[in-house]
Ligand binder design. Sequence first.
Ligand SMILES: *Cc1c(COP(=O)(O)O)cnc(C)c1O
Length: 440
Amino acid sequence: MDDRRRIPRTDAVLADPRLTAAAATHGRPRVKAAVVAAQERARSGDLDPERVPDAALAALRPPSSLRPVLNATGVVVHTNLGRAPLSRAAIAAVVDAAGAVDLEFDLATGRRGRRGAGVEAALLGAVPNAEAALAVNNGAAALVLATTALAAGREVVVSRGELVEIGAGFRLPDLVASTGARLREVGTTNRTHLADYADALGPDTGCILKVHPSNFRVEGFTAGVDVPHLAALTRPDGSAVPVVVDIGSGLLSPDPLLPGEPDAASVLAAGATVVTASGDKLLGGPQAGLLLGTADAVECLRRHPLARALRIDKLALAALEATLTGPTPPVTLHRRLTPDAYRARTEAIAAKVGGSVVDVDGRVGGGGAPGVPLPGVAVALPAHADRTANALRAGDPAVVARVDGGACLVDLRCIDPDHDDRLAQAVLAALVVVGTEGRP
Ligand SMILES: *Cc1c(COP(=O)(O)O)cnc(C)c1O
């Protein structure tokens, strides 16, 4: 039968409730034009006629070049895929904050209010032993603000074992140097002792900095100094030295599943003056930088002129507060998933697409818990693995899978179960592409 006879009429497509809803957002003329364009593609054989409504909807996406993807990599905090996906509560908070909000306004008095007060209260609720908190643009900004405010024109004392590069563009020595503080390196790459720090302290010391090396590890003959010992150090004149600890991943309290990962509450209890962290790694929130510490130190950071340049925007504030006070965020749910918790979903998709179910190891990602594998399961598509992965990325929705051991692996760990059907459709479509391409 002629495929073109299956192309739905314009009126019928426009009656689709999803397109009726789209008309309320985009206006009927734009929606109608999208439908006509999709019908045109179907007529030229470019599109399955049944997909005309879907294609019209896809064409009506908001005008951003950022395309949503299905993260089937098994890497929970995937830096190249936007790190933490937000919880539904956080997404709703972002939508609410998108318009006019009482960001710096007291509705009771009509006077000016303070930006970020809600997030600070939520942070102090989550980390009760912090005296004060401040949120900024990202983790790097938190570190820049802390070192600038505490040590500009003076020295930041750091172990040579912690002069790390963490992902693209974040080199600790360069970042500290950019603040106008001088880096005072102590110890060696593999071993730094308390005496190395003690010998370096003097009138010129601004702060001691300790950095969690995240995705980098030195093994074997190693030694470092822990926070309680650093916090007890003084300058030769007996004055206290602030200790800044960059924990990176944003774990606020200990997690038994991640025994090697530092957390804000424990580091503060150990005597740190200020802890810095990211909002969009293990915390599972939006891009943000967290600063927690003593009242004096945080006040000093808050008043520094640089704080204004590094300030957090209202959308991130809304999402961060909702993440801190709302339901368990996706990052936490995803990294705690056991193989059995998503085996049935994986088997269902494998059955639909003709793949097999294999055991795999997922990862926390984002520099968090690098040595901790996350046992999981995946759909293995062994034929033409690379081409299958390419076709998945090129599809709609785009699916990012992993090629390992000669198979394309589709891991549902980070897929919202509501998207399982879309994922199955996308895999089937990719297999068709690969099958077609494979024919002579
Ligand atoms: C990720 C990370 C940073 C940078 O944080 P961003 O939020 O990406 O700016 C800084 N320090 C450590 C230890 C990190 O792991």
